[in-house]
Design a binder for this molecule. Structure first.
Ligand code: SF4
Ligand code: SF4
Length: 697
């Protein structure tokens, strides 16, 4: 294509008087000032938060990659992923296009007075016009896809609260803002194409404008109105489109549109590992979050980044079991509280429940005590959140405050006391910890006296609970048979403190950790293996240890692969439950599956598996709390999911002592005890080993 550069281009203010142009610039200045004012209020709010260093080159690049690919939006929801990708890139290209016009017209021609420097013409203009139309079409299609989805009312976009009854709250402002936001985007896209069509018709369809495909099509339709009507339509549309665009700029910091800015920053500063290694208490004289100033600036920004997509609400086991907790509502409540405290005006009203405005405490006031104690710290919310919001660390900080105030659930209080006395939640003396070893026909090495390759950190449930202790004996036999050099800490071991910490008792966690570190530092070993995924997380991520810490399924997988453990074959089908602390926290999904397949069993996956696994309900100290008020316990919900796989799935395989306890109970309370056998992977291996002779014979 060869056009003379001077002939190819467009006039921005075609047919406008100087007064009209002046009026437009005046309104533009007003819109920008309104935007900057709102932006300043937001920045001031974030500035009130605690300083934490999160911005690194790596975090910025990682955030930009997520923003560019939109993969966190597409994760688990490809329809929304495609729609949002079109809207996002359409918006970016249209924004760049508008900026190019502003530079070429306002800066170079008007401010610098150098028309000879203008570049928005010739081939550059043709490429520009083509890109603007193609991305503009994608933008409109994406917005329509999102609007169409909303009309189908997906459950996750239902803003009803789980902790308050109908009529006790008002969420109409949220729904209105959603509609206005989408409506404005659609209006800007469609009116932009109309304006383009009127303009192309007004300048008699210059051939190079054929690249403006949508505008050209509109122009060919409206040209039939005649030049006078077309020009009136052009002028009217110019003003309507221009005013809508300026209105949108002004609207951003006071509405849902702020997520356009906040999400980009949130994805650049989010710490995906923040729940795995919790931050220490910042001020020991005042643990936990007391007021707005206690929150980190990142958390205040993340609250504004929430798009209310409801993904976290949908996957939360507490919400599913009828507990008064929705991670979405928790973030929105905190946002409302922060906005009310920082005097952020929102165009649709504050949205804040009056209680939030007047609450003197965040923990137990803005966010209810029962809501905070309902969390299992399963991290499912964080795993699905498209903008990287870190719910779990915030919940733990608020729990720390509850613990400091003495507002602790009675069962949890009892467990804390037992843990403080004997280092375990069972109320047993430390001497009783190695009692499970009595049933073995061999001695387990005492790591405090002899060096070993593997120090086996057994954990509380694996040591004290009778059902879990049976599995522990099985693991011991397998390791012994495979010739592994291993030993235990006998009565020196204490609860590793993972759940104590997540229940907000930082002081007790530190006591337990320091005790364990003392004997661990005196023992001689190369690696740590643990039965309990909860202990695995804290030993790996929160203990200052310089050794590899692995799960027993990882060790067993290596032993089976190397041939140190020979297996026969079992018949039948099994499903596997990914423990939250082995899956989402430590990202081990394959070792347990390898082992199940190695036994010959056919593995049938539940719909919620791997990183989308559904919590058993035990984590974060929940196992110590009363759950009689729940509509359905998470473990029961999970058992029903497994049963729905079909009659031929006989085994419900677990890899966590707490899961053994939770699911052994749930299979009884749901009445499926004869239908589904809850079995640990180690027990399956032992059964498969028992068939080795039969297989050979
Ligand atoms: S961590 Fe789990 S239980 Fe807690 S809010 Fe998130 S999804 Fe719900
Ligand atoms: S916290 Fe994240 S997942 Fe939950 S509603 Fe907000 S954006 Fe969606």
């Amino acid at each position: 294509m060869a056009w003379a550069a001077e002939d190819v281009g467009r006039e921005v203010f075609l047919g406008f008087s100087a007064v009209s142009i002046g009026l437009f610039y005046g309104l533009a200045a007003l819109a920008i000032a309104t935007f900057l004012g709102g932006f300043f209020l937001r920045a001031r709010k974030y500035g009130r938060g605690r300083k934490v260093g999160r911005v690194t080159l790596r975090s910025i690049l990682s955030g930009l990659e997520k923003v560019a690919t939109q993969r966190t939006v597409a994760k688990g929801d490809p329809y929304v992923g495609v729609a949002h990708f079109l809207v996002f890139w359409g918006f970016v290209v249209l924004l760049i296009g508008t900026t190019i016009i502003a530079i070429d017209e306002d800066v170079i021609r008007v401010i610098l007075g150098k028309p000879e420097w203008q570049f928005w013409k010739g081939t550059f203009y043709v490429v520009y016009a083509l890109a603007m139309d193609l991305f503009g079409i994608g933008f409109v299609v994406g917005v329509l896809m999102l609007a169409f989805r909303r009309r189908r009312r997906p459950a996750r976009l239902d803003y009803r609260r789980v902790d308050l009854g109908e009529g006790d709250y008002d969420r109409s402002g949220y729904s209105l803002d959603d509609k206005v936001f989408l409506g404005l985007l659609l209006f800007l896209g469609v009116s932009g194409f109309l304006l383009e069509g009127f303009r192309i018709a007004a300048v008699d369809f210059p051939p190079f404008e054929k690249v403006s495909v949508a505008g050209w099509l509109v122009g060919t339709i409206t040209a039939g109105w005649g030049p006078v009507a077309n020009d009136w339509a052009r002028l009217a549309t110019w003003w309507v489109h221009g005013l809508a665009a300026l209105g949108f700029v002004a609207y951003i910091p006071y509405s849902k549109a702020m997520h356009i800015v906040d999400d980009v920053v949130a994805l650049m500063v989010t710490d995906e590992d923040s729940a795995k290694a919790l931050p220490p208490v910042a001020d020991p004289t005042r643990p936990g979050y007391v007021s707005l100033d206690s929150f980190a600036w990142v958390e205040l920004l993340e609250m504004d980044a929430c798009t209310k997509c409801g993904r976290c609400h949908e996957v939360c086991p507490a919400r599913a079991s009828g507990a008064p907790l929705s991670p979405r509502d928790l973030i929105l409540d905190l946002r409302e509280y922060a906005d009310a405290t920082a005097d952020i005006p929102l165009w649709y009203g504050t949205g804040a429940e009056p209680a939030h405005r007047d609450a003197t405490e965040v923990a137990g006031g803005v966010i209810g005590t029962d809501t905070l104690w309902a969390c299992t710290t399963c991290m499912a919310c964080m795993a699905v959140c498209p903008v990287g919001i870190e719910h779990v660390p915030t919940i733990v900080q608020l729990r720390r405050r509850l613990v400091d105030l003495g507002d602790v659930e009675p069962g949890l209080q009892k467990a804390f006391q037992a843990l403080g006395r004997g280092g375990n939640s069972f109320g047993k003396s430390a001497k009783q910890r190695p009692r499970w070893t009595k049933g073995l026909d061999f001695e387990i090495t005492d790591v405090r006296a002899e060096p070993v390759e593997y120090l086996w950190f057994v954990g509380d449930y694996a040591s004290f609970d009778p059902r879990a202790a049976e599995v522990t004996q099985t693991v011991a036999r397998l390791l012994h048979d495979a010739g592994v050099s291993f030993g235990i800490g006998y009565e020196s071991e204490r609860n590793a403190g993972n759940d104590v910490r997540r229940a907000g008792e930082e002081g007790l966690f530190e006591l337990l950790r320091d005790h364990n570190l003392e004997w661990l530092r005196e023992a001689q070993f190369s690696r740590i293996v643990t039965t309990d995924p909860h202990s695995l997380n804290t030993l790996r991520h929160e203990y200052p240890l310089d050794v590899e810490v692995i799960h027993y399924t990882q060790l067993l997988d290596a032993l089976v692969t190397s041939g140190a453990l020979r297996l026969g074959r079992l018949e039948g089908k099994a499903t596997y439950h990914d423990p939250c602390y082995l899956g989402r926290y430590v990202e081990e999904f394959d070792a347990p599956r390898n082992l199940i397949r190695a036994t010959g069993l056919e593995l049938v996956e539940m719909g919620r598996c791997r990183e989308n696994s559904f919590c058993c309900g035990a984590g974060g100290g929940r196992i110590w709390m009363d759950d009689t008020g729940l509509e359905e316990r998470p473990a029961e919900n999970r058992i029903r999911e497994a049963v729905a796989l079909g009659d031929d799935v006989r085994f419900f395989v677990v890899a966590c002592p707490k899961d053994m306890v939770m699911y052994s109970d749930a299979v009884k309370t749901t009445g499926y005890e004869d239908r589904l056998e809850v079995v640990d992977i180690a027990q399956l291996l032992e059964r498969a080993r028992a068939t080795v002779g039969a297989a050979v014979g």
